[in-house]
Design a protein around this ligand. Structure first.
Ligand code: PLP
Length: 407
């Protein structure tokens, strides 16, 4: 049997997205900025895609800027906000709402469990002279709104907190955090790459100024994403050139990518309620069965978690060896995030949850989707149990006779 259980790393391209894209990869190859008819068709499709995405998010089409993915959207939000506020004091944007008068912005707040696209960008800005507060999380991976409140300063430019974590699936209280930011006139960015297309989000009511999304995390193609910039939030361009995307993001438009992403988002939005019900029921069964393994611990919030996420740490096994073992059984899973595999350091997310290094090394993330079948879940359960047992049988730290970790 083959089971793809790494949907948080990427999802297969949905057939609806592929067929929507096809014409723009084949006959309709026009550059959307040219003026003859083939190009006008491409332009129309691009703007239709923008409308579809905006509609699914509760945003206006002119608030959606296409990017080359989630990483670019995150980079743009952080770098752009810092640049916009560096020497502007109280001018522009929502900073005025706090009525704090002019003061140069030089401080930024992010959570400790952000994706590296946010965390490393924040650290880069710190090297440029910005001050950075990295907020801790509790053992379930939750950011406390009260800690955001305490970290806010008169010169805070931006708070960035992800909507849902890619490794442990914890969903954050972004509405509460956004409200606090707005009460102080501070911009709020959320990396919603893992949330969009999977859980409901409505930007018409959420106090969010900037939001990042990525096509391939909900059945669209790779290499396309978007940054939502609420009306009134003005960022300088990240990329300079021909002035595409209303002068803010130059580069010939990826029409097929945008069309595919829009088709995938439309599909996942329509099927979302049913998908959540189906996927979370399978996830709960997976969690219950794997929790019965001795010295297995669920990571992340057991209540407020993404519908498809079942992430664990198992004492006395290496996550990497579990992944390789499962691969031989036809199961695709991950240990930590895809980006950090290949490095020997355990994931920054698991360490931020307070797990000791040696425990964090035994992490396994299974992320299923609405296309996963109950038979595949049965297979996953049996294969993970077998892989953990095999790993422990070879571990010098595991006392097979007593079936427990050797202290
Ligand atoms: C995948 C991911 C990204 C990066 O998106 P890309 O489109 O792959 O660049 C950013 N943030 C989170 C939370 C992700 O899961």
């Amino acid at each position: 049997m083959f089971v793809y259980a790494d949907n948080a790393a990427t999802m297969p391209l949905s057939p609806a997205a592929l067929s929507a894209m096809r014409p723009f990869l084949e006959e309709n190859y026009g550059n959307a900025s040219s003026i003859y008819s083939v190009a006008r068709d491409a332009r129309r499709a691009l703007e239709d895609a923008r409308r579809t995405i905006a509609g699914a998010l509760g945003a206006a089409p002119e608030e959606i800027y296409f990017t080359a993915g989630g990483t670019e959207a995150d980079n743009w939000a952080l770098v752009g906000a810092c640049e916009a506020k560096r020497n502007q004091g109280g001018q522009g944007g929502q900073r005025d709402r706090g009525g704090r008068g002019a003061q140069d912005g030089r401080h930024m707040i992010v959570s400790a469990i952000e994706h590296h696209a946010v965390l490393h960008t924040a650290q880069h800005l710190q090297k440029q002279g910005f001050e950075l507060t990295v907020l801790p999380v509790d053992k379930l991976g939750r950011v406390a709104a009260s800690q955001v409140q305490e970290a806010l300063r008169p010169d805070t430019v931006l708070v960035s907190c992800m909507t849902a974590n890619n490794e442990v699936g914890t969903i954050q209280p972004i509405e509460e955090i956004g409200r606090l930011c707005h009460a102080s006139g501070v911009w709020f960015h959320t990396d919603a790459v893992q949330a969009i297309g999977h859980i409901p989000l409505d930007l018409s009511s959420l106090p969010v100024d900037m939001l990042s999304l990525s096509g391939h995390k909900f059945g669209g193609p790779k290499g396309i994403g978007a940054l939502f910039l609420r009306r009134g939030v003005r960022l300088p361009p990240l990329l300079h050139g021909g002035g595409h995307e209303r002068g803010l993001r130059s580069g010939t438009e990826n029409v097929a990518g945008a069309v595919g992403m829009a088709a995938a988002l439309r599909e996942s939005t329509l099927g979302m309620a049913e998908d959540i019900r189906r996927t979370s029921a399978m996830r709960d069964r997976l969690i219950a069965a794997l929790s019965a393994i001795p010295y297995a611990f669920l990571t992340g919030d057991p209540e407020n978690r993404l519908p498809g996420n079942a992430s664990f740490v198992f004492a006395c096994v290496e996550g990497e060896s579990l992944v390789l073992n499962l691969d031989m059984a036809g199961v695709c899973a991950s240990s930590g995030s895809a980006c950090s595999s290949g490095s020997l350091d355990p994931s920054h997310v698991l360490l931020a949850l307070g797990l000791p290094h040696e425990v964090a090394h035994g992490s396994l993330r299974l992320t299923i989707s609405g296309d996963t079948t109950p038979e595949q879940v049965d297979y996953l359960i049996s294969q993970v149990i077998a892989a953990v047992a095999r790993g422990r049988a070879m571990s010098p730290l595991w006392d097979a006779a007593a079936q427990k970790p050797i202290q």
